[in-house]
Design a protein around this ligand. Structure first.
Ligand code: MRU
Length: 344
């Protein structure tokens, strides 16, 4: 891979500014937890696992800035920073998962603030490496489902850019390619934020994939002509019954896949599963600014005063999901049972 999504340094992290891709490769210096909140909120970093890893470092950066020897005061300041970080984006479960894991480390033992801050750095680095490791394992499991000479459709970006490295859905495709399978990839452009056109197309092209960009409304017609053999996407949050929240448009792809008898796969690490969410009905869907729908690359495309809706995610009911690829194996329906087993 010719880039890193995030690079941990001694007193800050460097983060690839994904808003500038594919035109520019520029790294942002993230020095404080407020910086970490901003890069997540403004989508300089995006993709559930990458958001989680960034937030983990955000907690550590928050800890670095607390100036007190009182453990109680330290923990209460850290709790405030954590709450702020979690509020950056509501749908990606990895965000609260990572922050909670960091807070557990902070609260465990009875260490003095300086020692906790050192432990938090180690934990964030651990979360970072675990994410890459999980993606590689997912790749190995998922590659077995992908057949030679297939054309696979993906939506949004669930690649190295959306994780600490390698990717979830795109990691599966990388592993299948490395195993010698000849693949063609169709990337949905993914309006309105264009993660498919700007990020997936760029990332896969860099890796030497045979990738074709289509607009979101073309997928059905491609399927009708027999040009797509499988779909694979990532996830932002998976409920205990297997309902999958992912980038808006995923639901349409899943319904189309079912109508054309094409397998629809989801690849996600166990840190994306929300055991407290019994079904997708309760998942909060982030509404993003109207501007994203009203403009393309800064140019206005709709009349003044028009009403706009901009939900950033949708929920695909479990019944449309052929299998969920995780770092611990491939889950099949009934998901309530297979997810329960995954999370023990
Ligand atoms: O709004 P985004 O770009 O953060 O949305 C990203 C997605 O929907 C991804 O598919 C999901 O987070 C999985 S990334 C491995």
């Amino acid at each position: 891979m010719a880039f890193y999504t995030l690079i941990p340094k001694k007193d800050h992290i460097l983060l690839l500014d994904q808003r500038l891709l594919p035109g520019k490769t520029r790294y942002l210096k993230v020095r404080t937890y407020r910086d970490a909140y901003d890069v997540i909120k403004r989508m300089a970093v995006r993709g559930a696992p990458a958001i989680g890893v960034t937030a983990a470092f955000g907690v550590w950066l928050g800890a670095r800035s607390v100036r007190t020897n009182s453990r109680q005061k330290y923990l209460s300041e850290l709790q405030k920073a954590s709450k702020h970080l979690v509020s950056a984006r509501p749908t990606a479960y990895n965000l609260s998962w990572a922050v909670n894991r960091m807070m557990e480390v902070a609260r465990s033992g009875n260490l003095a603030p300086a020692a906790v801050t050192a432990a938090l750095y180690k934990e964030a680095v651990r979360i970072y490496h675990e994410d890459i490791d999980a993606n590689r394992k997912m790749g190995d499991y998922g590659a077995r489902l992908i057949k030679n000479k297939w054309t696979v459709l993906t939506h949004c970006n669930a690649g190295a850019l959306a994780t600490a490295g390698y990717g979830t859905a795109l990691g599966v495709l990388r592993s299948a390619k490395d195993a010698g399978k000849e693949l063609k990839i169709f990337a949905d452009e993914t309006r309105p934020f264009l993660q498919g056109a700007r990020l997936t197309a760029w990332e896969l092209q860099q890796d030497g994939f045979d990738v074709t960009l289509i607009t979101d409304n073309m997928a059905g017609w491609m399927m009708k002509q027999g040009l797509i053999h499988a779909c694979i996407v990532g996830a932002d949050r998976i409920a205990a019954n297997g309902d999958v929240a992912n980038k808006v448009g995923t639901y349409s792809v899943a319904v189309l896949a079912r109508a054309h008898n094409i397998p629809f796969y989801v690849a996600a690490p166990s840190s994306t599963f929300d055991p407290a969410m019994s079904s997708g009905d309760g998942i909060i869907i982030e509404e993003r600014p109207d501007k994203e729908v009203l403009t393309i690359a800064g140019t206005r495309i709709a009349p003044a005063g028009i009403k706009v809706r901009n939900p950033a995610f949708d929920v695909t009911p479990a019944k449309y999901v052929t299998a969920i690829i995780t770092e611990k194996g491939v889950l099949f329906p009934p998901y309530k049972k297979s997810i329960q087993k995954l999370l023990v």
